[in-house]
Design a protein around this ligand. Structure first.
Ligand code: G3H
Length: 559
């Protein structure tokens, strides 16, 4: 899905020529520079020189990567969108980050992994308080860097804070259960969850804060130490949080690296000292990373990868509900969600009705810039993305599909109005490829076996949505789909939340399961202390517990 350009240097967005500028102005998509709101990163680009290693915020004096916004500012002469830059660190610096993380872990003897759960929770709490004070800065950068609407950017921030707080509660719960001893067949045992080591966290550009933190925070709270690399797009928004990281955790517990993946990530993987890879991106890149580890069996992988979630519209579906859910399911954040509905299967008896009304609803979507009130469709941050989406539409129409709207009239440069393509068939790229953007392929079916075969033959297995009321058909679909995907949604779009629910996928879609409580499990391993139930052993145990001699062997209860 994401990070396809992981090893390909992202090309700079060009300075637009007069003609293009003219087209943009006539379409009123991008404003003139003087009408851009504050903070205006075009007037004052954000130059990040800092990176965090071993508890120290260091300053980089090597090369930098420029950051371009999907939002342009236009004046008489040109259009510009450079909003900042960040360090292109070297492989040597990345290895310094690894050393710091290893030293802080110290084979499980470091201050952080050996710390009590209660104390670790205190550190995380301290971090959340500092993080919350940076909300507006982070939200601004989300809007400018990845073109996410203000509403969704605020939601991403708040959801992340909630996720951290819920994680704290879930860990308390887990710890309470683990504060008991069991006695079985003459063996007394205490089972707890212990950390795994050094975790490399790499998140995606579409949820650069939330999806990164849903691995980073559980990894930290379980006692692991972390190296964190932000996605290529969505780097600067983490800058306001650097101080909070440095001030909230012991040295080396969290370290940041920035730059080209081949330069900074390959040495980390090749060292063999990464114990857990938490990566949200494409399966292609995940495979490359895993192969770089000299002993892949020693590295645990938590992966969120591609998806092509289908919606199946049954003949008796409530049309208003189905259309509403399909429009938001396919087009929230311009369809740049791994959980987005990426292909719609509509029964031929309701096809014309569905397609016509779906098109009407899409045409009503409010287009504009991220800070515009109630905006739904915003510019796309990935360089080359609009050309890629055009190529998918062209491929389908050349092979007989029908383009239902003149999306090009309302699109320009990084801005792409949703394209609706009906009559999509299996020989078209749109049928198989994850578009990860605002193009909606619609397929007509007459027999339920058709969408089911699609799911069975797909490389992906994340989620599916069913719209209808016929309980025997719904039940038949559910029973088949649950063994193909990992979440079946009835009369609602696909989505990750609520975060208490398991989030995972089959085939090329995921490895490992995330949810507030599952994440605590994936970043730890069950470890136990066992002793025979003899009088001598009981005395030993009683003394250790009474005198609070151990962090692991303890009946302390966290309230
Ligand atoms: O990109 C994938 C995200 O995890 C989707 O989350 O369904 O809450 O938008 P969401």
């Amino acid at each position: 899905m994401l990070m396809l350009s992981y090893f390909v240097k992202i090309k700079s967005m060009p300075i637009l020529d007069r003609e293009t500028t003219y087209i943009m102005r006539t379409k009123n998509i991008f404003p003139s520079i003087e009408h851009l709101p504050e903070p205006n990163f075009i007037k004052k680009p954000l130059r990040q020189v800092e990176f965090l290693i071993n508890g120290i915020i260091e300053k980089w004096n090597g090369p930098f990567e420029k950051v371009y916004s999907p939002v342009y500012g236009v004046d008489e002469e040109k259009a510009v969108n450079e909003i900042g830059s960040y360090p292109l660190l070297s492989g040597c610096v990345a290895l310094k980050a690894l050393d710091a993380a290893r030293k802080a872990y110290d084979s499980g003897r470091g201050e952080w992994p050996a710390m009590s759960v209660e104390s670790r929770i205190e550190h995380i709490r301290r971090f959340v308080i500092k993080m919350k004070s940076k909300r507006e800065e982070v939200v601004q950068l989300l809007m400018w860097e990845i073109g996410k609407s203000r509403k969704d950017s605020e939601k991403e921030f708040d959801r992340t804070v909630d996720y951290i707080n819920d994680t704290i509660e879930a860990l308390k719960q887990l710890d309470r259960i683990s504060s008991r001893f069991t006695i079985s067949q003459g063996i007394i045992a205490q089972v707890r969850r212990a950390p795994l080591g050094v975790v490399l966290c790499m998140g995606p550009y579409n949820y650069p804060l939330n999806e990164t933190f849903t691995t980073l925070l559980p990894a930290l709270i379980m006692g692991n130490t972390v190296i964190f690399k932000p996605p290529k797009m969505g780097v600067l928004l983490h800058k306001p949080l650097l101080d909070a990281f440095a001030e909230s955790f012991p040295a080396g517990v969290i370290n940041t690296v920035y730059g080209d993946g081949q330069e900074v990530i390959a040495p980390l993987m090749e060292s063999g000292f990464v114990d857990v890879l938490a990566f949200i991106g494409s399966s292609k890149v995940a495979d490359i990373l895993k192969k770089q580890h000299p002993k892949p069996h020693r590295m645990k992988s938590i992966l969120g990868l591609e998806a092509k979630n289908p919606a199946i519209i049954l003949p008796d579906a409530d049309m208003d509900q189905a259309i509403n859910e399909c429009v938001t399911g396919a087009l929230s954040y311009n369809g740049q969600r791994c959980t987005a509905l990426k292909i719609l299967f509509v029964h031929d008896s309701v096809y014309d009705d569905f397609v016509g009304r779906f098109k009407d609803e899409v045409e009503k979507l409010k287009v504009g810039l991220p800070w515009d009130k109630d905006v739904q469709i915003t510019p796309l941050p990935e360089p080359g993305k609009t050309e890629y989406l055009d190529s998918l539409v062209n491929d389908a129409t050349e092979k007989g599909a029908k383009l239902l709207n003149n999306y090009k009239e309302k699109s320009d440069f990084s801005f792409f109005f949703p394209a609706i393509v009906s009559g999509v068939k299996s020989n078209m790229r749109l049928y198989h490829e994850e578009q990860f953007g605002p193009v909606i392929p619609i397929v007509k079916y007459s027999n339920l076996d058709e969408p089911l075969e699609y799911v069975v033959n797909s490389n992906y297995g994340q989620q599916a949505s069913i719209f209808g009321e016929n309980t025997s058909e719904i039940a038949r679909l559910v029973d088949t789909l649950v063994n193909q995907v990992c979440r079946v949604n009835i009369n609602s779009q696909c989505q990750r939340g609520p975060d208490e629910l398991p989030f995972t996928g089959r085939k090329d879609s995921a490895e490992g399961t995330l949810s507030v409580s599952d994440a605590l499990r994936v970043f730890s391993i069950r470890t136990l202390v066992a002793l025979k139930e003899t009088a001598g052993n009981k005395e030993i145990l009683t003394d250790i517990l009474k005198e609070n001699r151990s962090t692991f062997l303890s009946t302390d209860f966290i309230f």
